[in-house]
Design a protein around this ligand. Structure first.
Ligand code: MC0
Length: 150
C-alpha cells in the first residue's frame, strides 16, 4: 500500500546553489546527502515532515554526476525542475508487482538501492501520464509502515 509522498525529485545543475536557495527561501536544511553512482546523481534530502505511516516526506535535490546519467539527459532537454515523484510503501516488491499486473511498465526486475539505503523502483513516465513515478521502501521499514498503527 502506498501511504505517503516519500519525496519529490528536483533536478538541478548546481546542487550547492540549489540547496542554498531552499535554505534561504524556505528555511529547509539538508537532512542527508550522498552520491548514488548507479543512478549517476549527487543528492540532498531536505526533510519536510514526518508522516502518519511512520515515515517522512522529503524534497530530493538531484545533480547529475556524469553526462550519460538519466538526470543529465533530462536536464539537457528540459532544464531544471521537477523530475519525479516518489510514493512510500512498506512493500516495494509487492506494490511493484501489483502495478505491473495492471499493465504499467516497472523499470527494474528487482528494486535497486536508493537514498539512505532505501529500496526503489520506477514506473515508466509514458504509462503514468507523463510523470516519472518511483516506489520507495525506506531502510528498515519493510512491513512496518502501517497507516493504521498511529
Ligand atoms: C524521460 N521522460 C520523462 C522523464 N524522463 N518524462 C517525465 N519525467 C521524466 N523524468 C520521457 C522523455 O521525455 C521521452 O518522451 C520518454 O520519456 C523517453 O525518455 P528518454 O530519456 O528518451 O528514454 P530512456 O528510455 O533512455 O529513459 C527514460 C527512463 C529513464 C524513464 C526509462 O529516465 C529511467 O530509467 N529513469 C529512472 C531512473 C532515474 O530517473 N534515476 C534518477 C533519479 P518522448 O515523448 O520524447 O518520447 S535517482 C533517484 O531518484 C534516487 C537515487 C532515489 O530516489 O533514491
Amino acid at each position: 500500500m502506498l501511504t505517503r509522498i516519500d519525496h519529490i525529485g528536483i533536478a538541478c545543475f548546481d546542487l550547492d546553489k540549489t540547496v542554498e536557495f531552499y535554505r534561504a527561501t524556505y528555511g529547509f536544511e539538508v537532512f542527508h546527502s550522498e552520491v548514488n553512482e548507479e543512478q549517476g546523481v549527487r543528492e540532498a534530502m531536505l526533510k519536510i515532515n514526518e508522516t502518519s505511516d511512520g515515515g517522512a516526506s522529503y524534497l530530493q535535490l538531484l545533480e547529475p554526476t556524469r553526462e550519460d546519467s538519466t538526470v543529465a539527459k533530462w536536464l539537457d532537454r528540459n532544464g531544471e525542475g521537477v523530475h519525479h515523484i516518489a510514493f512510500g510503501t512498506a512493500d516495494v516488491d509487492g506494490d511493484a508487482a501489483a502495478i505491473r499486473d495492471k499493465g504499467v511498465r516497472v523499470l527494474y526486475d528487482e528494486p535497486r538501492t536508493g537514498s539512505m539505503g532505501s529500496r526503489i523502483t520506477f514506473l515508466h513516465p509514458k504509462d503514468c501520464g507523463g510523470v516519472l513515478t518511483e516506489l520507495v521502501t525506506a531502510k528498515g521499514a519493510e512491513g512496518s509502515e502501517d497507516p493504521h498503527s498511529h
